[in-house]
Design a binder for this molecule. Structure first.
Ligand code: NAG
Length: 281
């Protein structure tokens, strides 16, 4: 029939893409620290490293920091932890807070971290890595390289990286951070601010995004940052894409709304997914 979209022969030669699932369950509060996972739970366990950049700490920074397996500050990000963690935990002794929220490493150019902050953490055993000779990569790039070179445990197959302070502030920094998502497209990296969560959906997979309604949504977007997409298809959104082309100068899916618990996305291009975070998160 004339309405046939893909010939059976063409469909047969297209292998189905493997599915990648995504979830923001790491943002869910829990009253007690998670028990050490065992067996099948260990495979699905939330396991992540945190990177703090030189922007105001999001309000959920203490929660994410406490559950992280590795904590790395990019240069002036160390100032933010030193100054900001006590502010986010009013009523606690600032000195105790600083000892408790000690970075495992400070990595970068070392042109923004205050000398006394560097000294303070160094005396507590934080690893200081001065990468100032490398002017070609951003501090976030250096931190991601550091984590992939120094993974926190024996099994890091499920490890992902949460980046705090990657958004807001200077636009060239924001774009540099988005570029890091594309540079490390095989590593799961999530950029977080008080308002948004952002990650890459590589075209090598079909994607299943599990929406945690208590902490995120409903506003979301799908943006072809690196290259135009000639075909993207979604389910679970108010305005779904159906073999739709997207490019700068043409259509982008911004100000969309999540309608279902699971959103699916397939595309012939790498897409940036972004979703709003709820104010009380
Ligand atoms: C997708 O759109 C393109 C361009 O409009 C068209 O050639 C193709 O047949 C469509 N594919 C499907 C599966 O609808």
């Amino acid at each position: 029939p004339l309405t046939s979209r893909v010939s059976p022969a063409a469909a047969a030669t297209m292998p189905p893409l493997p599915t990648m699932t995504h979830s923001s369950s790491f943002l869910l509060p829990s009253s007690s620290p998670p028990a050490p996972p065992t067996g099948a739970d260990a495979e699905n366990a939330v396991s992540y490293a945190v990177v703090v950049l030189n922007q105001r700490l999001p309000r959920f920074a203490p929660l994410l920091w406490t559950r992280a397996r590795l904590r790395v500050c990019a240069d002036g990000g160390a100032n933010r932890v030193f100054d900001g963690m006590p502010d986010l935990l009013p009523g606690e002794d600032p000195d105790e807070v600083r000892v408790r929220y000690k970075p495992d490493a400070i990595e970068g150019d070392m042109d923004s971290v205050r000398p006394e902050v560097k000294e303070y953490y160094s005396s507590l055993g934080t690893q200081i890595i001065d990468d100032s000779p490398d002017q070609d990569t951003t501090d976030l790039n250096k931190c991601i390289s550091f984590i992939t070179r120094n993974p926190p445990g024996p099994d890091n197959s499920n490890l992902f990286i949460l980046v705090l302070g990657a958004l807001g502030g200077r636009f060239d920094h924001e774009m540099g951070n988005i570029n890091v998502l594309h540079r490390f497209s095989n590593t799961r990296i999530i950029l977080l601010s008080d308002d948004s969560s952002i990650f890459l959906l590589p075209k090598t997979h079909s994607h299943e995004i599990h929406i945690e309604r208590s902490v995120e949504g409903p506003h979301c977007g799908l943006i072809p940052m690196g290259a135009p997409s000639s075909s993207s298809t979604t389910t679970g959104l108010r305005w779904n894409l159906d073999n739709t082309s997207m490019n700068f100068g043409g259509l982008l899916s911004t100000s969309n709304i999540v309608e279902e618990e699971i959103v699916t996305v397939t595309s012939d291009s790498d897409l940036i997914w972004t979703i709003s975070l709820r104010k009380h998160t």
